[in-house]
Design a protein around this ligand. Structure first.
Ligand code: TXA
Ligand code: MG
Length: 346
């Protein structure tokens, strides 16, 4: 299959250029598109066969459910069976935006989308290209991140092409994603709100609206083996580049000292060494990339950095991390997963 690349400027959306992509979606094809978080791989959520093709294209386990994307708040009524007051409050505050709500599903929503669960994930992206595409398609759009299963999520169209070229019908190139990590997932099916995945909306922001919200204990699990996760995605290997990743966490000076030592040892073993640093630091490594100084910057650069290390044939990556609130939780969660539990506290 030939994958068409469709460039669209998010500030001046050319509807005529976007329309063919919407038609592909409406007629059962697969289209990757930009959102504010990461690129999504979309299919008509009401077309079971199209949704099944998402799982095939990604190599995604069929027990990991998809998020249904909508263009207008009111569209949630055709996806979720009940909208509790807590959902209304979060929607008023954060829709459109990087927040996904888990709600009881309507019967019409296929169990292929929800992987057999009685709940469904719903999100209304704020990215103008994503919203216009969904609007033009005229259907809700099921979309996971547009990477091969297990790889870092793509934050630019060229990363989508690396994984998906020849596997899907089209990729809309709308430039780099501004948030860089996926949406925050909040489960509203229980007695109180539970954060299942930290993301573009911080836990502090959720708590400001729902003070009794909690963080699921698996969010900061260092190991990937989880017995009964609430979010099926939690139990799979994630965000992993080909290089081995080790996170070194703690006070800045100590982290620098330890990574300097680790680089030295790895070089002695003949390895090609990479470092992802917070701010600009000097290391004797084959490739040093800066994640920026704030956790927002770090979030934005994280996935592209992990992919760049692979392009430069790096064998082992050491990642600097310092505990922070806000977006720090989302960064930490992704780092721990990409490291598959390889975390050193100093
Ligand atoms: O920012 C995002 O959310 C991006 C963009 C494209 O919107 N999408 C995304 O999708 O990250 P995906 O499939 O890579 O991650 C969706 C997560 C998975 O961890 C999945 O297990 C969880 O949401 N999920 C989906 N439906 C669920 C449900 N009914 N209950 C619990 N977790 C669910
Ligand atoms: Mg994903």
């Amino acid at each position: 299959m030939e994958t068409k690349i469709i460039p669209i400027n998010e500030n001046h959306i050319d509807r005529e250029a976007l329309r063919p992509a919407a038609e592909i979606l409406a007629s059962g094809g697969l289209v990757a598109f930009p959102t504010e978080t990461v690129y999504g791989l979309g299919a008509n959520a009401l077309d079971e066969e199209a949704v099944q093709n998402i799982f095939k294209a990604k190599g995604r386990p069929s027990d990991n459910p998809l998020i249904v994307h909508i263009a207008e708040k009111a569209d949630i009524l055709s996806i979720a069976a009940q909208i509790p007051k807590t959902a209304e409050m979060l929607m008023d505050a954060f829709f459109p935006g990087p927040l996904t709500l888990i709600l009881p599903k309507r019967e019409e929503i296929s169990s292929v989308v929800t992987a057999g669960l009685s709940s469904v994930a719903v999100r209304m992206p704020v990215h103008p290209v994503a919203r216009e595409l969904i609007r033009l398609a005229g259907v809700p759009v099921a979309a996971p991140s547009a990477n091969l299963s297990g790889k870092p999520s793509p934050t630019e169209a060229r990363y989508v092409a690396e994984d998906m070229d020849g596997r899907i019908d089209a990729i809309i190139d709308g430039g780099a994603c501004s948030v860089g990590v996926e949406s925050t997932v909040v489960d509203l099916t229980g007695s109180h709100a539970v954060l299942l995945r930290p993301g573009g909306v911080t836990f502090e922001q959720i708590q400001a609206i729902l003070p009794d919200a909690e963080i699921d204990r698996h969010v900061l699990c260092q190991v990937t083996a989880i017995e009964k996760p609430k979010s099926p995605g939690m139990k799979y290997k994630h965000y992993a580049p080909d290089a081995e990743v080790t996170v070194v966490e703690g006070e800045e000076g100590k982290v620098h000292e330890r990574i300097t030592h680790l680089c030295h040892e790895a070089k002695k073993d003949g390895k090609r060494v990479g470092v992802l640093s917070m701010g600009k630091k000097h290391y004797r490594a084959d490739c040093v990339l800066s994640g920026g100084t704030t956790s927002r910057e770090y979030a934005k650069r994280l996935f592209s950095a992990l992919r760049e290390f692979d392009k430069r044939n790096i064998d082992i990556v050491f990642v600097e991390y310092k505990e922070e609130g806000g977006m720090g939780l989302a960064v930490k969660n992704r780092l721990y997963k990409s490291a598959g539990g390889n975390v050193i506290h100093v």
